[in-house]
Ligand binder design. Structure first.
Ligand code: SF4
Ligand code: SF4
Length: 646
């Protein structure tokens, strides 16, 4: 090939060495700009040392493969847009080798160029068409259809769509139209190269940084939702207060957001017209971090004055249901790591103005330490009257009642049903003579100090009684005793096995003789059980063993819909009864009623409180709302079973 290369035919002629120098200069500048932007957005904010979260490597790798390479989550929640996104992503992968070969010519010289006539060139050509199709459809959606969840139009999205299309078109021209070393081929090569480096510069400056960050955010995400981290033991960790408190996963998260709006679209608190938008929480954190913000959250006035980035009232609307984390396609953890940690920061610094939150803490701080403020005598009378055995260290299982089963009238019926099941299966069990709250509402509402006090008391009591196994009917208590409490060494050292009653009843099924029923049932998955613990099969297995026919609601399994009680909302919600808005519990009840099932099965004492309230408002007392334990116990009674011994 000639040493002189016409770049613009008849106008400029460059020697090959000059063209190589220009290529290297452009490449180095683009890579440098790329690095500087990633450093400014990411590395500059990473706290040191990096502490990687523990967890099963195999599961994390599989999740990353499934969600990143197979695009499973992207397609699951928005199938049409998801497929087009997947086409673009898979096209990028197919193009990796083409790009490597293409760029190599900039260093090796164009005399190494060969016509694109091989199998791989044809393969990449097909993918180039698929990418153009995907980009065209996504651009149409974003700029013409403009779904509300995507928010404001973004110029960068248009630039990125143009550059990706330019890459594909220039590749197709190289594949089918131009041959090396023609002038047209060289011009086309430069157009492709400049589009490539322009993308390298634009991507880290925009939401498209998710291309780079999402595999890491997904890999390091917790398997279950809404997990609250333990505070550091240096005494200076009060929760998330300042931007400098962000852990590296939080820095990764806030920069990985692709602004798709799924979290807000699926957020029940937002759907009923609340101001909480998990997407805005993440983006406001991103803006605050990158613009050198100090305090993350505060009052509405402070937000208006620009001294904080998130309004406290938004944080206290969260149900900690985990729907946002469940749908986020890039592995962002909104709830335990951010919303609840920000609540904790505000409470620790005494900067909470929400009166209902303050009232909850005042009630729980006073003996008898439960969120309803009901006296221990009430519980004692119930336990004595129903002859619950008292745990004295000789029994195998501690049946933890929790506030729901201790004090709520329906909860007490669930406790009795569970008593019947445990006796029928010949389990050796007992309840504590005295129970305070495990501290769940306190921790979820942000009062770490109160939670730690209650946890310390309960830990001593469990150690004193020699408890080794606990069963609870409440997924919130189960999560506390199985996850949150284990963050303190004194409790973790006790090595207590903790199960939800659905897990235990499933294990006990072979020992129970159940008379089948022809009832139609729909099962409402509690958020803390389905998304928080990943348990969706055991309750259905139990119902099937009762012979009922199960009709699933649209939202079920891990895609469940909150009843409206979680995140301490049962005690602090601003229920807006005066306004003509549908509340979260009413929305959920309507979804369940739509199945036309005669019974709604639940597995949490909070859910029936919320659903019964909604059923009352809808005047639907024809639908029974029963806990799994009640359904099983009724089948036991029907079978006329007597307690069995092992
Ligand atoms: S946890 Fe639930 S209520 Fe809270 S932000 Fe996420 S989706 Fe909304
Ligand atoms: S946080 Fe996740 S779901 Fe929400 S807008 Fe960002 S990428 Fe989408």
């Amino acid at each position: 090939m000639s040493a002189l290369l016409p770049v613009f035919p008849g106008v400029i002629v460059w020697p090959e060495a000059a063209q190589r120098a220009v290529f290297l200069a452009v490449a180095i500048a683009a890579v440098w700009l790329f690095y500087k932007t990633v450093d400014r957005r990411l590395f500059a904010h990473f706290p040191r040392p990096w502490v990687l979260p523990p967890g099963p490597l195999g599961k994390r790798l599989w999740r990353t493969f499934s969600e990143v390479f197979l695009q499973s989550r992207v397609i699951r929640d928005r199938p049409a847009a998801g497929i087009f996104h997947a086409l673009v992503f898979w096209g990028f992968l197919a193009f990796a080798w083409v790009s490597a070969k293409h760029l190599a010519l900039g260093v090796l010289g164009f005399d190494r160029a060969e016509p694109s006539a091989g199998f791989y060139d044809a393969f990449a050509g097909v993918w180039a068409i698929a990418v153009l199709l995907g980009i065209g459809a996504l651009t149409f959606r974003r700029f013409i259809l403009r779904p509300r969840a995507l928010g404001k139009l973004s110029a960068t999205s248009g630039v990125v769509a143009f550059l990706i299309s330019a890459l594909m078109v220039t590749y197709l021209l190289e594949w089918k139209v131009f041959s090396p070393p023609s002038t047209a081929w060289i011009v086309n090569w430069w157009a492709h190269t400049l589009a490539f480096f322009a993308l390298l510069v634009v991507i880290p400056q925009s939401k498209h940084l998710h291309l780079l960050l999402s595999p890491f955010a997904i890999f390091f995400r917790e398997e279950t939702t809404s997990r609250v981290r333990p505070l550091r033991e240096d005494g200076e960790d009060l929760g998330m207060v300042h931007f400098k408190d962000l852990a590296w996963k939080d820095v990764l998260d806030v920069n990985a957001c692709v602004e798709c709006g799924r979290c807000t679209q699926f957020c029940p608190a937002n759907q009923i017209g609340g101001s909480l938008s998990p997407k805005e929480i993440i983006l406001n954190m991103q803006h605050g971090l990158l613009r050198g913000g100090d305090l993350v959250a505060g009052t509405a006035e402070e937000k208006r004055a620009g001294s904080v980035w998130i309004d406290e009232q938004d944080l206290f609307q969260c149900l900690s249901c985990g729907a946002c984390e469940y749908v986020c396609p890039v592995g962002i953890e909104h709830v335990g790591r951010k919303i609840l940690d920000l609540r904790r920061g505000l409470v620790s610094e005494g900067r909470v103005s929400n009166e209902k939150v303050v009232k909850l803490f005042t009630t729980m701080e006073r003996a008898p330490h439960n969120p309803w403020g009901i006296m221990q005598d009430t519980r004692k009378k119930f336990v004595d009257a129903k002859q619950f055995p008292i745990f004295d260290g000789k029994q195998e299982w501690l049946f933890w009642l929790g506030c729901g089963l201790n004090f709520d009238p329906h909860g007490q019926e669930v406790a009795l049903a569970m008593k019947q099941i445990l006796d029928a299966a010949g389990v050796s069990w007992g309840v504590l003579a005295r129970e305070s709250c495990c501290g769940e509402p306190a921790r979820r509402a942000g009062n770490e100090y109160l939670y730690l006090q209650l946890a310390e008391e309960l830990t001593s009591s469990l150690a004193e009684h020699g408890v080794k196994k606990i069963v609870a009917c409440c997924p919130h208590c189960t999560t506390m005793l199985d996850k949150d409490y284990r963050q303190t060494k004194a409790y973790a050292d006790l090595g207590i096995r903790v199960v939800h009653h659905s897990e235990m009843i499933e294990e006990l099924l072979p020992k129970l003789s159940l008379k089948p029923s022809g009832e139609s049932v729909t099962y409402h998955d509690p958020c803390y059980l389905a998304r928080g613990r990943g348990i969706t099969e055991a309750p259905r297995q139990i119902l099937e063993s009762c012979g009922v026919s199960i009709t699933e609601a649209g939202h079920h399994g891990k895609n469940t819909y909150c009843c409206g009680a979680g995140g301490a909302q049962l005690f602090i919600t601003d229920d807006r009864r005066g306004e003509s808005v549908e509340r979260v519990n009413q929305k959920r009840f309507a979804q369940l009623a739509e199945t036309k099932a005669s019974t709604i099965a639940v597995a949490c004492p909070y859910c029936p409180i919320m659903l019964r309230d909604a059923a009352g408002a809808a005047k639907r007392d024809d639908i029974a709302i029963l806990d799994l334990a009640e359904i099983v116990a009724r089948r036991l009674s029907a079978a006329g079973d007597q307690p069995k011994t092992l």
